[in-house]
Write a protein that binds this ligand. Structure first.
Ligand code: NAP
Length: 198
């Protein structure tokens, strides 16, 4: 399969590419440092990326961010940033990809367990993650037979907790999270939110 990973230079992106590369032709995209350039918050750049990348069998998105801050500190611009970036960026990746991904192919998006298990500071991220999951379930119904759409919902990743100076023992390793993306690409299901949490 020819697979495009958006967010290729990140923690999960690098791990996914390492796991998929022996078997598949994997190419990467991000704002900086990848073979293909894309800014998920800019629909025009998503269209340009698909045109540059050529035929694809699968797309995996582990890019896009949302703001983490207390509710009373979040500005309108923070919500707009979060919605434009991790939510509409992934929605537009599907909308623009329907004509670009080979029939029978797949798109795998990313949410996160803050959708179901929020914490103080996560209002914008929880909103975005839940939106990604709801969009996936609904889009999969309409795209059935053409394109499979799934979501991986990672829990805290151990390497990220370590980077933050927190105890990594409660986290799930990036290599385990990457297996959930591989499953979404290689197995034949759609409309699913696959949990990759401890
Ligand atoms: N790590 C965790 O503990 C954890 C837990 C739950 C969910 N998640 C979710 O998993 C995903 C990946 O996490 P990660 O830890 O691998 O993140 P990461 O290490 O920060 O990597 C993010 C990747 O996305 C790219 N990116 C960021 N904004 C982008 C944009 N607007 N357009 C295109 N590319 C963009 C980055 O490259 P550029 O900056 O060059 O564009 C980078 O390649 C995120 O959606 C995150 O919310 C992570």
């Amino acid at each position: 399969m020819r697979i495009l990973v958006v967010g290729a230079t990140g923690l999960l992106g690098k791990e996914i590419i390492q796991q998929l590369s022996p078997k598949h032709d994997v190419i990467g995209a991000s704002r900086n440092g990848s073979a293909f350039k894309v800014d998920l918050s800019d629909k025009g750049s998503i269209i340009a990326m698909y045109n540059d990348a050529g035929p694809l069998d699968a797309v995996i998105c582990v890019g896009g961010t949302a703001k983490f801050a207390p509710l009373d500190a979040l500005q309108d611009s923070d919500f707009a940033f979060s919605l434009d970036n991790k939510l509409m960026g992934q929605v537009n990746l599907v909308r623009c990809g329907t004509q670009k991904i080979n029939p029978g192919g797949s798109i795998t998006l990313t949410s996160g367990t803050l959708a179901q298990y929020p914490m103080p500071g996560s209002t914008a991220i929880s909103l975005v993650n839940a939106g990604v999951e709801a969009f996936c379930r609904a889009a999969a119904l309409e795209l059935k037979g053409m394109l499979r759409v799934n979501v991986v919902s990672p829990g805290w990743v151990a390497e990220t907790l370590q980077q933050m100076g927190r105890d990594p023992s409660g986290g799930v390793h990036a290599s385990v999270v990457a297996q959930a993306y591989r499953k979404c690409v290689e197995e034949d299901f759609t409309g699913q939110v696959v949990s990759a949490a401890r």
